[in-house]
Design a protein around this ligand. Structure first.
Ligand code: XLS
Ligand code: NI
Ligand code: NI
Length: 501
């Protein structure tokens, strides 16, 4: 009996050995791509060249048609206006799963695990992707890039291990556009993170943000994002909204204090979204978020920058740039703006005129689907309006355009990852070229200027300076008689806009 048990134990050890001898870190079906130590060898995207600009007439899907990084538009290189970034979570963690269906994407380098070895391999794929695309920025959530451990300590050390590799692979060119903490997937965050009804969860979220900020800083990240996916409610019947919002403000104050403590100079960006996953998210849209920041004193000093000698100011219809010297700005996501019932252009302008336009999550929704479909932008008109806002903002730096966008579930080829980004980049590059044409042509700005020209008078000046009281205005109304109201010229404005596309 004892002999049999010994035999069994021995044979189990043999099986254990055989299983372990197969390199754990390489997918099973890769043949020669797995080295002896189980590490991936060679390219992740063989056959995909470095993507180059070939101009609008090329038929090559793996080439830029409109995005020409070094070309100067309105005094700046295209790459500086556009500051593109790849979103790690969609490009390297997106599986194509949806609430009704299983994953559809099986990238050759994936082994179906969430191990540290797999996380490192994905990181290598990420940097090959960035280098081939010619994009210098990437965005990540802490949990996209490294797996959860059994304790917070273990989770942090997993993160450190993967981040050390990312730092090495970044070289001296690539940096995070922003980092963020994923505070919505784990069940502990079901009631929210900073707005959870549980103090322990609030503390856990703080610890996670603290670590994510440190890591973003360590990698040379230029911004840090707060997207409050579960900072909201399902019903007000069980919710103390006032208390939750107070907690959120205290949480953000603590983040500012910590940012200063570690010497992180990046901008803190709040990303509004109206709902999904909660029924009602607190940072509904740009205006709601702005009001929240204002109520809690989280806006800094404002300053109008108007330098009549600057070429830029002359170009953009003499508009003044409104600068907010506070810690927070907004990260406007186009698909979130449309979910909240606005256009992307509306939320960008709301942020811009308040000095809060910090970054754009460049994606688009589907007019027939009522959720955050996170598609790559392809509408040239939308891209042109986006770029009008960006130019008027004087660019987005230190923010940029993060492709918070994913392949459709049915797009399953590795090259589709490239095609999607190239298409999104070309769409925005085309938007930039069109917006520059409109600004240089000046007739749209002139139409707007004329429309308000009745205020370019002595009384108009007094009104705008806050010096016109009701008696003065009554006098004008009585003396001037029935005012002549001019046409809004909407169709002409639309005609001018269309002619630039
Ligand atoms: C989700 C958000 C998310 C943020 C980062 O809808 O867009 O991806 O950008 O947490
Ligand atoms: Ni986003
Ligand atoms: Ni989104």
């Amino acid at each position: 009996m004892a002999g049999r048990i010994l035999l069994l134990v021995l044979s189990m050890n043999v099986i254990f050995f055989i299983v372990n001898a197969v390199p754990e870190t390489c997918p099973a079906d890769l043949g020669e791509k797995c080295g002896v130590d189980g590490e991936w060898e060679g390219e992740f995207f063989p056959g995909i060249p470095k993507i180059k600009y070939e101009g609008p007439s090329t038929k090559n899907p793996l080439a830029y048609k409109w995005y020409n990084a070094e070309e100067v538009i309105l005094g700046e290189k295209m790459k500086d206006w556009l500051r593109f970034s790849v979103a790690f979570w969609h490009t390297f963690r997106g599986t194509g799963a949806d609430p009704f269906g299983a994953p559809t994407k099986y990238w050759p380098w994936e082994d179906g695990t969430n191990s540290i070895a797999m996380a490192k391999r994905r990181m290598r794929a990420n940097f090959e992707f960035l280098n081939k695309l010619g994009v210098d920025r990437w965005c990540f959530h802490d949990r996209d890039i490294a797996p959860d451990g059994k304790t917070l300590q273990e989770t942090n050390s997993n993160l450190d291990e993967v981040v050390a590799l990312a730092k090495e692979l970044q070289g001296d060119k690539i940096r995070p556009l922003w980092g963020t903490a994923q505070l919505f997937m784990h069940p502990r965050y079901m009631h929210g993170a900073a707005t959870s009804s549980e103090l322990g969860v609030y503390a856990f979220a703080a610890a996670q943000v603290k670590k994510a900020m440190e890591v973003t800083h360590y990698l040379g990240g230029e911004n840090y994002v707060f997207w409050g996916g579960r900072e909201g409610y399902q019903t007000l019947l069980n919710t103390d909204m006032e208390r939750e919002l107070d907690h959120l403000a205290r949480f953000l104050e603590a983040a500012v204090a910590y940012k200063k403590k570690i010497g992180f100079n990046g901008t803190l960006l709040i990303e509004p979204k109206p709902q999904e996953p909660t029924k009602h998210q607190y940072d509904w849209d740009a205006a709601t978020t702005l009001n929240f920041l204002r109520k809690y004193g989280l806006l800094g000093e404002f300053q109008y920058l108007s330098d009549p000698n600057s070429a830029f100011q002359m170009i953009v219809d003499n508009s003044v740039v409104f600068v907010n010297h506070g810690e927070f700005k907004l990260n406007i996501e186009c698909n979130h703006a449309t979910l909240s019932g606005h256009s992307c252009h509306h939320d960008l302008e709301t942020a811009r005129i308040n000095g809060l336009l910090g970054n754009i999550d460049a994606n688009t929704g589907d007019p027939q689907v009522g959720w955050d479909t996170d598609q790559f932008m392809t509408d040239i008109g939308e891209a042109t309006m986006v770029m009008l806002s960006v130019i008027k903002n004087g660019g987005l730096a230190p923010g940029g355009f993060n492709f918070d966008a994913k392949l459709r579930r049915e797009s399953t080829d590795v090259e589709d990852l490239f095609i999607a980004h190239i298409s999104g980049m070309d769409t925005l590059a085309r938007g930039l070229r069109n917006a520059a044409k409109l600004i240089e042509d000046g007739s749209l700005a002139e139409l707007v200027r004329k429309r308000y020209s009745s205020f370019d008078t002595e009384l108009g000046g007094q009104i705008e300076a806050g010096k016109a009281d009701f008696e003065m205005l009554e006098k004008k109304a009585m003396e001037g008689g029935e005012p002549k109201v001019a046409s809004a010229k909407q169709e002409l404005a639309e005609m001018i806009f269309q002619s630039a596309l």
